[in-house]
Design a protein around this ligand. Structure first.
Ligand SMILES: [Zn+2]
Length: 250
């Protein structure tokens, strides 16, 4: 093969490679993008569960608060009534018994007041946590909606670009001799992208291992398209071609 023809073929393969690399990146992106959405959804469910927990706790604490308030009210009434009755008691024994009872009720109510104060504090904490979660949830829902919308339009763009690239690929393939193309496609199905790489000095830029001196001499001749003895990728000498792919845009 004449050197100019050899370089021409390398150029075509590199162009094809550029198309394939972009296709692979786009297909990966198509798979990854919904995963981000899935993560957001999981986070949303998680927050929603937390919010439910705090709602439940708030409800329970409110009920406890109500009950305490009723108990305090009722016993305060009892104390008031006892105080009134006390004036009418003439028997000393009965008087002391009533005083003791009133004393006990007052103690009980003081205890309840303390409990109520703690409970009110607790309730306040739970309420603000609940509100905080509510805000977080709203923000996340907004983010999810935006992400969903962006994703839909991004996926549409990706699909359009893939269609365009597949057309370009067909065109690029038709430029490459059948034998070389089938070698390229064979490796494309079996190797990690990219399939064709340059050799810089004597190092394969696909696997970063030096190719043997004899092979390096061969590749500099530019007579036939060679494979890296280590990674099997198609290789070309950097001095023959800078490796800048021809534009793949339509
Ligand atoms: Zn290699």
């Amino acid at each position: 093969m004449k050197l100019s023809r050899y370089i021409e073929q390398i150029k075509k393969l590199v162009s094809l490679q550029a198309i394939d690399s972009e296709l692979i990146a786009l297909k990966n992106r198509m798979e990854e993008a919904p995963r981000h959405l899935e993560n957001l959804r999981n986070e949303l469910n998680n927050l929603d569960e937390q919010k439910s927990y705090f709602e439940e706790r708030t409800k329970l604490l409110s009920e406890q608060k109500k009950k305490l308030q009723v108990d305090i009210e009722q016993d305060s009434d009892k104390i008031k009534k006892s105080k009134n009755k006390l004036m009418m008691v003439s028997n000393t024994k009965e008087y002391h018994a009533m005083m003791r009872e009133m004393d006990n009720l007052e103690k009980l109510n003081r205890f309840r007041e303390d409990e109520l104060n703690n409970l009110l504090e607790d309730l306040q904490i739970h309420k603000s946590k609940k509100e905080e979660l509510h805000k977080e949830l709203e923000n996340l829902q907004d983010e999810l909606a935006t992400t969903q919308a962006t994703l839909d339009s991004e996926l549409k763009q990706i699909q359009d670009r893939i269609k365009e690239l597949e057309k370009n690929r067909e065109q690029a393939c038709s430029n490459v001799p059948v034998g070389i193309l089938s070698r390229y496609n064979f490796f494309k199905d079996r190797l990690h992208n990219p399939v064709i790489v340059s050799v810089r000095q004597s190092v394969c830029t696909g696997c970063f291992i030096s190719i043997p001196p004899q092979a390096f001499v061969e590749i500099q001749k530019g007579e036939q398209i060679m494979s890296c003895p280590n990674c099997q990728r198609l290789i070309y000498w950097e001095e023959h071609y800078s490796g800048k792919p021809e534009t793949t845009n339509a």
